[in-house]
Design a protein around this ligand. Structure first.
Ligand SMILES: [Zn+2]
Length: 190
């Protein structure tokens, strides 16, 4: 949950970047308010951006109302995500935990699908001993998103300097897992 909230503001910015529109030289990011972007070229990106904005606003409102709190002062996706991050413990313990988790994972997944292929994570496979899927984000040179291996089901994050050692451990664990699964599934690795 926390990781997704941490990731979403940048992803949202990337989705907006992937959505060339005709706002011209006005400056300022068009995140405020509910006005949909005008005639974006990439309609899917526009939809994903809108979905992120909508869902994050929804969860902020829900938490704020349920807990009798004020939401973030500025209504940007970034501020809302930061604000929500402060309530992860509460959300995790609430009836909404599973739904929030699923929604955030879906938003992250959808965002990755519409942004630059360079920034899309590579799916590595199941994380042994965890329900999650391991992915590697390999980025271009802008440095906004460091390359890392991460798991969508737990808090694992592996920086590039540890990829090699992680790969060795992962290979062993995956081999054990696949021996257990060998009877039920046969995956052809091309
Ligand atoms: Zn995991």
């Amino acid at each position: 949950m926390e990781r997704h909230l941490d990731r979403l503001p940048d992803l949202h910015a990337d989705v907006l970047d992937s959505m060339p529109n005709d706002t011209g030289g006005g400056g300022g990011t068009p995140v405020s308010g509910t006005k949909p972007p005008r005639l974006p070229v990439n309609l899917e990106a526009a939809e994903v951006a809108g979905q992120i904005e909508h869902d994050i606003r929804y969860w902020v409102n829900l938490v704020a109302e349920t807990r009798g709190l004020n939401g973030p002062v500025r209504p940007s996706v970034t501020d809302r995500c930061v604000w929500l991050s402060g309530h992860v413990a509460w959300l995790s313990a609430s009836d909404h935990a599973a739904e929030v988790k699923a929604v955030l994972a879906e938003l992250v997944g959808r965002a990755f699908r519409v942004i630059s292929p360079m920034r899309r994570p590579i799916q590595l496979g199941p994380h042994p001993g965890c329900d999650g899927t391991l992915r590697a984000t390999v980025t271009d040179a802008d440095g906004r998103h460091p390359a890392q291996i991460w798991c969508d089901g737990c808090t694992l994050e592996v920086g590039t300097k540890d990829w090699w050692s992680f790969g060795v451990v992962y290979g062993k664990a995956a081999a054990e897992d696949s021996r257990e699964l060998a009877s039920s599934t046969s995956t052809a690795s091309a």
